[in-house]
Unconditional design. Structure first.
Ligand code: NAD
Ligand code: SER
Length: 340
């Protein structure tokens, strides 16, 4: 079996940890990890190489590209929605300029290697922008081309980068006299909020669900920053990792688009509380809505239509709401906080 070399940017984040753990258990993959923050020793030991660096540092990216032949780039590095709203210009730089740098790296790599390089990109339900809660309730499950008028810097960044990826794949340097050498195979999933049993998110707006669970597991009170009726789609982290892997390994000929919704379950915040309380009956969870963050959540869809992903590359989540809690989240957080 040939060994693939995979670059993961944002490797120290939640999805990065999940992906690295997955690859560590499989032969035939060399993971090159990159993050602004140095990986912990255990995660580092699972990688072929790990680098501490900035995706905005072109010199650093050039040296990385000179030293490795990447078959696939998982470009995860980003500032998430709440943080991006607080630091919009930095978010724009990291989320947009950083993605442009990685697309350029993919083209260069592809030219030098004489083969297509895949770039796998996690976009988000933040690309949607429903005008208010009423429209959201009416809209139901949205498909990829509906309501794409985001109201956050992060959502705008993600939507634009989806389009950049599509451009690099289909139209890059379209006026050149000679056909372009070097091809990027851009593939993108629009993730719902992800919930991990082993890591906690920072800087997202869907963070209320994982925070509620982890605080309960730690025995700490939690003031949930959304209304009880707030509903957005969520997914258990193993399914999130699996969606990226499955899309990466799909035959290009089967892919009718570059951008796919992926869904799993879509509980209200009240249902999340109820399920967390079932596992941790003495948990103290109150709802203290932050009206500004609430407005962002009210602009995200209650659920997504992921029928294209199901049809084109066989997407199917392993975990529904109950199974996610029963078999992954609750056992996971119990183990995590018992060992601390
Ligand atoms: P995370 O915040 O846990 O990880 C992001 C990582 O990127 C961090 O480790 C951070 O240090 C790194 N990073 C930030 N700026 C960088 C820079 N300039 N150079 C190098 N590294 C940098 O996020 P995550 O949950 O692992 O998300 C990964 C990707 O998936 C992001 O693109 C995010 O937008 C997307 N996504 C996540 C969710 C979710 O619920 N977690 C949902 C939708 C989409
Ligand atoms: N979980 C992410 C956030 O809240 C959605 O992309 O920012």
């Amino acid at each position: 079996m040939e060994t693939k070399t995979i670059l993961i940017t944002g490797a120290n984040g939640e999805i990065g940890h999940g992906l690295i753990s997955h690859f560590a258990e499989h032969d035939g993959v060399r993971v090159v990890a990159l993050d602004l923050n140095t990986l912990d020793d255990v995660t580092r030991s699972k990688c072929y190489k790990s680098y501490t660096g900035d995706i905005l540092d072109n010199r650093f990216l050039d040296s990385l590209s000179t030293g490795h032949d990447f078959d696939v780039i998982y470009h995860l590095a980003a500032l998430l929605s709440t943080r991006a709203e607080r630091q919009p210009t930095i978010a724009h730089k990291v989320n947009v300029d950083g993605t442009l740098n990685l697309l350029e790296m993919a083209v260069t790599q592809s030219r030098l290697q004489g083969q297509v390089v895949k770039l796998i990109y996690p976009s988000s339900i933040a690309v949607y922008g429903l005008p208010d809660a009423g429209a959201k309730n009416k809209a139901g499950r949205v498909h990829e081309d509906q309501w794409t008028g985001p109201r956050t810097m992060y959502g705008i960044n993600k939507l634009y980068c989806e389009r950049l990826g599509r451009y690099y794949m289909n139209f890059y340097r379209q006026l050149d006299a000679q056909p372009m050498e070097g091809k990027v195979d851009f593939r993108c999933v629009r993730f719902p909020g992800l919930i991990s049993a082993v890591t906690l998110p920072t800087g997202g707006t869907s963070d209320f669900a994982p925070e509620m669970l982890h605080q309960a597991a730690k025995g700490e009170a939690y003031n949930c920053f959304v209304r009880q009726d707030t509903r957005i789609p969520f997914m258990a982290m193993p399914d999130g990792v699996n969606a990226l892997l499955k899309l990466e390994s799909a035959q290009r000929a089967n892919l009718s688009t570059q951008i796919y919704n992926v869904g799993s379950f879509s509980p209200s915040a009240a249902q999340l509380k109820e399920r967390v309380m079932k596992a941790f009956p003495s948990a103290k969870i109150d709802f203290v809505p932050d009206l500004k963050r609430q407005a962002i959540l009210d602009s995200w869809p209650a659920d997504v239509d992921d029928s294209l992903a199901r049809k084109d590359w066989g997407w199917k989540p392993e975990y529904d709401f109950e199974k996610a809690f029963q078999e992954y989240l609750v056992p996971g957080v119990l183990k995590l906080y018992k060992s601390k």
